[in-house]
Structures are given as C-alpha cells and as structure tokens.
Design a protein around this ligand. Sequence first.
Ligand code: 6GU
Length: 257
Amino acid sequence: MRIDILTLFPQMFQGPFSESIFQRAVDRRLVAVNIHNIRDYTHDKHRTVDDYAYGGGAGMVIKAEPVFEAVESIKSEAYPEQGGRKELPVILLTPQGRLFCQKIAEELSGHSHLILICGRYEGIDERVREHLVTDEVSIGDYVLSGGELAAMVLADVVVRLLPGVLGSEDSARDDSHTTGLLEYPQYTRPEVYRGWSVPEVLLSGNHAQIARWRRQQAILRTLERRPELLDKASLGVEERTLVGRLKKSQSTGGGDK
Ligand code: 6GU
C-alpha cells in the first residue's frame, strides 16, 4: 500500500511512523508513506497556504490551489500512463467527517493507495471538499488542532491490517473491535505477583477451556464497559442467552460477575 499525506506540519510525522510495527511494515516494503508539505505547492513569493474567509469572521482558510495541485501532482507521478486520472480514496481528516472505526479501516485497507489531507485552522476551502476529496473522516467527537494526529491514527490502524504486517497471522484476530467485543484479560509471568494470582484456567493447558474462558471474559467485559457493542457483535445462541441472563442480573442489582 502507498499512503500520501498532505500537511502544513510535516515535522509532526517524524516520530510516530518511525517506531515498532509501522516502521517494520515500511522496512518490509508492505507500505510506503510519503509526507508532503502543502506549502511546497504554492507559487507566490510568500508561499501562501491560507487566506481570509469570504464573508468575514475570525480565522484563516486553507486555499484550494495548493491542495488541488499537490493531489494532482501525486497522481500524475504515480499514474503517468493514465495521465494521472486514477480513482483512489482522497480523504480529508476533519471533525465533520464520518466517524472512524475498525470497519472503515478494513474497507480502506483494501485499497492500494490512499491520499490523506490534514485540515487545519478554521477550515479548508469548500471546493476541496466538493471537487477533490472522495471521503471525510473524523476520529472522534472532540476537536484536535489539526488533522495530523487523526491521519496518524488512521494510517496506523489501516497499516496493521495489511497482510504480513503483524507477526503472526492471527494476532489481529482477537483484537478488541475486530471480533466486535473488547479483548479478554491477558497475563504473563510471574504466576503470582504481590499475592495476585493468574486465573487457574490459564495454567491448565486445556486449550478448549481456555478459549471458552476468554470468550466469556470478552463478553463480560464488553457488557460492563461498552454494552452497546454487544448488539452488533456476532454471538452464538448460548452466548446470547448468557448476555440476556447477565443483563437481567445487572438490572436487578445482582453481583457483578
Ligand atoms: Cl480528523 N480533525 C480535527 N481537527 N479534529 C478532530 C478530528 C479530525 N477527528 C476528531 N477531532
């Protein structure tokens, strides 16, 4: 996969992409990430990327020209034989976008090339939205100072879904949100720490029993912390019954487990 990121603050991307899983994916050529400074696509002496809003009001608006030129230049370079006319996701990171989630990440991981545009300031010229961008994404209901951190979040989530990026093929399988459930509790050595023991079943070597316990714990944890996720999770008949029973005991003020 290739990811091109357009930003006014390219330095922000130095750290997060140079660590662990992401860097390994880059080293193995499973993903190539290019950071582009929108300012490099201006033509005036002052390299102007923003301007006053028509109609007045506080704050500057990112100009359409450098953003269009950056995207067109990336496409022309990547797809010369099509004259740069290639359909690919051009995603604007903005609090007004559709709410990012694992499902959207899975959808995006199926593309071979993504272009991400980081919004800033009070906004971006609406013509970028109308005529350049194919998708708008937000990472949550809060306001960041810009789309950069959101672009990093999106890229990280998408890249770890690419085949070969994670060590063992199934290490993403049980992740919270992949299963529609939160993840079960994990333990490592020592067996007893400050008097706190690892649950007996995990030491039993009985893999079927361990799998059953983990599944139950995942369901329980999801019910306690994010009950709304259970409505969409794919549960077996017995598991649904269990959830129904637990919910009832919750509402009647029963014990917590
Ligand atoms: Cl994508 N951008 C900004 N500026 N704020 C956000 C966001 C994006 N997602 C959540 N908050």
